[in-house]
Ligand binder design. Structure first.
Ligand code: Q9C
Ligand code: ZN
Length: 341
């Protein structure tokens, strides 16, 4: 197994996030990536390499050009227009009845972001680019014949859509990697999302597609973020109908329950017959996670890894969420150990 990691992630450090009307310290911190890297090193799971640089084309294959231009320049333009230098966060959100585009530097954040949990600081775009390059390097390694790669991405990506960001996510690393695999000749690619939260961005990007299957196991959005999507009746549209599978779950899910649902997800992937698997791996399903309400034990992660590996597919593991920082490194290493075994 090969791990891809970069110190560039540290360029992104949110000063705060909004939650339930309170400005609070951010759950998504640089320490997360450092702790995962240290645990993977300790576990001796194979070489750890830096990402290659892929340029703009693979980002444009997934994200809208105006959105990428926004992300790149948002912070500088915000500060120049008088916004708080601490971070870009919108004051007015584009919603159902007002979805016109307004690109005033103090207002564009409310067009492109769908929540108040993804502040942009000076280094956010650089970090997000490096994170996407990490995922793309993992995809390249699979194309070169590696059976298993771990993209230690930060910031995470699965909440970012083609022209929207939020939920700590800016560029959709897993989607960018999956699209690259398709464009490199894979007829079918499956994405399995095991983050506690629904991967609304990944779903949106591939919703009309029959060559990329998206399967997600997550907290029921009627109860948990992202609330406005991720329901079981969202099955895809047009040619993509039947190629989106949401498996929303109740609070308190334990190891046995989770593994039973995972088997359902894996059966759907097997029936699809993909050439590659991209695994959006979040560890906020852990019982000790401060923003999740599942009850997985540490022992669940090697078991999850073993079952996924039993598909026998070349797999790119892409790091997403997980905020129980003290356990995060071990949980990630455990999943990978289970997969590599
Ligand atoms: N009451 C990822 O794990 N706030 N994103 C949730 C819950 C945002 C999660 C509030 C959660 C974003 C990558
Ligand atoms: Zn999550």
């Amino acid at each position: 197994m090969i791990t891809i990691a970069s110190p560039e992630h540290a360029q992104h450090r949110a000063p705060h996030e909004f939650l339930d009307g309170r400005l609070i310290p951010p759950y998504e911190s640089p320490e997360r990536a450092e702790i995962i890297l240290a645990a993977v090193e300790r576990a001796g799971l194979g070489p750890i390499v830096r990402p290659r640089a892929f340029g703009d084309a693979p980002l444009h294959a997934v994200h809208a050009p105006d959105f990428l231009g926004y992300l790149e320049h948002a912070y500088g333009r915000w500060v120049a227009a008088g916004g708080d230098p601490a971070a870009v966060l919108p004051s007015t959100l584009a919603v159902r009845w007002m979805d016109r585009r307004c690109l005033h530097p103090l207002v564009a954040p409310g067009y492109y972001s769908f929540d108040l949990s993804a502040p942009i600081v000076a280094g956010t775009y650089r970090a997000a680019r490096a994170s996407a390059d990490i995922a793309l390097t993992g995809a390249a390694l699979l194309l070169e014949g590696e059976p298993l790669a771990f993209a230690l991405c930060r910031p995470p990506g699965h909440n970012a859509g083609s022209d929207m960001y939020g939920g700590y996510c800016y560029l959709n690393n897993a989607a960018i990697a999956a699209e690259q695999l398709v464009r490199s000749g894979a007829a079918r690619v499956a994405i399995l999302d095991i983050d506690f939260h629904h991967g609304n961005g990944t779903q949106q990007i591939f919703y009309g597609r029959d060559d990329v299957l998206f399967v997600s196991i997550h907290a029921d959005p009627a109860r948990e973020y992202p609330y406005f999507g991720g329901y079981a009746d969202e099955r895809g549209t047009g040619a993509g109908t039947g190629f989106n599978l949401n498996l929303p779950l109740e609070a308190g899910v334990d190891d046995a329950r989770y593994l039973a649902v995972l088997d359902q997800a894996l059966a759907a992937i097997q029936a699809f017959g993909p050439r590659f698997l991209v695994l959006s791996a979040g560890f906020d399903t852990f019982g000790g996670d401060p923003i999740g309400d599942f009850a997985l034990a540490a022992a669940a992660y090697p078991a999850i890894g073993r079952r996924i590996a039993a598909l026998g597919l070349p797999t790119l593991v892409v790091q997403e969420g997980g905020y129980a920082v003290a356990a995060l490194g071990e949980n990630a290493a455990s999943l990978l150990r289970g997969m590599a075994a």
